[in-house]
Design a protein around this ligand. Structure first.
Ligand code: FES
Ligand code: FES
Length: 168
């Protein structure tokens, strides 16, 4: 009888800029970015829902582009800038414009979806701003279609995003 082969995966040192600050941690080749952020770097603001790229809860920005952390391997972000919801407020805790609008419009209830929505919206709004474009409501709803929210019915989220887009 042959003995089972024990396979040890190599751990890789991942260095990255997380919310503008240098961080590093060890990751096996198949470690997801969600688990790396939450378990190795303590960035638990990034939520894990479906782990299949469907719900959007895990959305972060990699080099400024919104992306599903549950479909990204930690080793893929070595040397990248990664931004998570923890980076939206200032260091002294003042909420960003979009966070403030969410609060004003009651655009969250349980908040499970919120971090991912904020990270998608900030990327999307920045791209519209650089193109000097104002979105209409249908465009906001289409953008939000990549995120599942079981609580709000989306209307207050749309209102918050529209408000920030108007004042951009
Ligand atoms: S946890 Fe990544 S899309 Fe749902
Ligand atoms: S606020 Fe609960 S899922 Fe969106």
């Amino acid at each position: 009888m042959t003995s089972p082969v024990l396979h040890r995966e190599t751990q890789h040192l991942i260095e990255l800029q997380l919310n503008g600050r240098p961080h590093s941690g060890l990751a096996r080749p198949r470690l997801l970015l969600t688990d790396f952020l939450r378990q190795q770097l303590g960035a638990t603001g990034t939520h894990v829902g479906c782990e299949h790229g469907v719900c959007g809860a895990c959305t972060v920005q990699v080099d400024g582009v919104a992306q599903r952390a549950c479909l990204t391997l930690a080793v893929q972000v070595a040397g990248c800038r990664v931004d998570t919801v923890e980076g939206l407020a200032s260091h002294d805790g003042v909420l960003g414009d979009l966070q403030t609008a969410f609060k004003r419009h009651h655009a969250l209830q349980c908040g499970f979806c919120t971090a991912g929505i904020l990270m998608s919206c900030t990327d999307w709004l920045a791209r519209l701003r650089s193109a000097s474009r104002q979105p209409d409501e249908a465009e906001v709803r289409e953008m939000l279609s990549g995120h599942l929210c079981r609580c709000t019915g989306y209307t207050p989220i749309v209102a918050a995003v529209m408000e920030v887009a108007r004042h951009a």
